[in-house]
Design a protein. Structure first.
Length: 254
């Protein structure tokens, strides 16, 4: 694969010590001096461990997160490839900052859903772009159409959108008669989680996040929103997961 380096962004701690680290998709923690490298398709992460001559290199799809100067950077799938972006606010809908190609500073705002879908927040066409991307919530779309939000209102849009989906799920699915713990669903989720955790699929991190959220909701007798099931299906397209996935979805929709 072509390795045309567009630029190298050096994001290091002033002290090359254990303060900075990465967490891999295999749940390994590697501490050292961390640098994010920009490539054409897949960003890379370099870790220089104290006392080791050889530097460790990882493709961003092998990384769950990188912590640099107490800031979190995660891989995000875009239409231009996988990019390491700075996390601003986390949720089902999260906000990130991507690098500008001109100065390599983290200044380009993105919205990213739990299922991996992302969109750059544009200067032109803001209302149309976000209305399409956030179509699950009619109140947020209506607010965009009535100009209640502008490009400076991203924190409020995140808050309103995430609250909107939670309320929709509660109103649609929650009843007083739901059991406190759905044993069969919990068991199916646990089995699927173990299989995903033992795999090396590119979407492993996203799938595990959704599975953990689903398990937590089942155990706490909370509603299961459809968007989470859609996100799970999107992140587990490999044939070897389809039987277990179908069982999980069938149990959660009962």
């Amino acid at each position: 694969m072509k390795k045309a380096i567009i630029g190298i962004i050096i994001l290091t701690s002033t002290l090359a010590n254990a303060q900075d680290y990465i967490v891999t998709t295999q749940q390994d923690t590697v501490r050292g001096e961390v640098k994010i490298l920009t490539y054409d398709i897949l960003d890379r992460v370099e870790v220089e461990v104290a006392g080791q001559k050889k530097k460790n290199h990882y493709k961003c799809i092998q990384i769950k997160s990188a912590i640099i100067k107490n800031e979190t950077y995660n891989p995000v799938r875009t239409d231009k490839g996988y990019r390491m972006m700075k996390l601003v606010e986390a949720g089902f809908l999260s906000s990130y900052l991507a690098r500008r190609e001109s100065n390599f500073l983290y200044e380009v705002p993105y919205l990213v859903k739990k299922d991996g879908n992302s969109v750059e927040i544009p200067g032109m066409g803001f209302k149309k772009t976000l209305s399409n991307f956030l179509s699950e919530c009619h109140t947020v779309v209506e607010g965009l159409e009535k100009n209640h939000y502008n490009r400076n209102d991203i924190p409020k849009i995140l808050h309103d959108f995430n609250n909107c989906l939670d309320k929709q799920a509660t109103a649609t699915h929650v009843t007083d008669e739901m059991p406190v713990v759905q044993n069969s669903a919990t068991a199916a989720l646990t089995l699927l989680t173990k299989r995903v955790d033992a795999s090396s699929i590119e979407t492993k991190s996203d799938a595990l996040d959704i599975l953990n959220d689903l398990t937590d909701k089942v155990k706490k007798n909370k509603a299961i929103p459809d968007y989470m099931l859609d996100g799970l299906k999107e992140s587990l397209k490999a044939p070897e997961f389809q039987d277990d996935l179908a069982k999980v979805i069938a149990l959660l929709k009962k």
